[in-house]
Design a protein around this ligand. Structure first.
Ligand code: DQA
Length: 147
């Protein structure tokens, strides 16, 4: 029986197109594959995930605010909003639960504008460049530490 709140796994713009979107960079796994991976990873610890994706900044801010009330931890791939969103950063700064920022690609090995993240200073930790496995590792960490 799961007693801890779900781990929220929130995903930003264009991640709905995983699998077909620049597969040389993001791989061939689809967003549905990521959802399955997250569920399987959490189930090992008898925990649950709530995996969502939006192309809209305000929707992501709403979900981070919701996580304050309902989540035991947060995995966040803010996608392009990583590099632009003060609003998302401010919402995250109000969260008391641990936050793992995940990037499928190694943002530090790409264009210079991807090296800066508004999110990293308010995240507990950051995983980048390990493909979709980064989601599983982030969930593993949160299941071991966040109640
Ligand atoms: C990304 C990296 C971002 O720079 C990019 O805008 C994305 C995906 C990643 O998962 O590697 O959309 O967050």
């Amino acid at each position: 029986m799961t007693t801890a709140g779900p781990i929220y796994v929130l995903n930003g713009p264009n991640l709905n197109l995983l699998g077909t979107r620049e597969p040389d960079i993001y791989g061939r796994d689809t967003f549905d594959d990521v959802v399955s991976l997250c569920r399987t990873s959490a189930a090992r610890f008898d925990r649950s995930v709530d995996v969502r994706q939006s192309n809209h900044e305000g929707v992501l801010v709403d979900w981070v605010q919701e996580a304050r009330e309902h989540a035991s931890g947060l995995v966040l791939n803010p996608a392009a909003y990583t590099h632009t969103s003060v609003a998302l950063r401010d919402a995250l700064a109000m969260l008391d639960v641990p936050v793992v920022e995940v990037h499928i690609s190694n943002v530090h090995a790409r264009e210079p504008f991807r090296a800066h993240s508004y999110v990293s200073p308010v995240a507990t930790g950051v995983i980048a460049g390990l493909g979709v496995t980064g989601y599983a590792l982030a969930i593993d960490y949160l299941c071991r530490t966040a109640r």
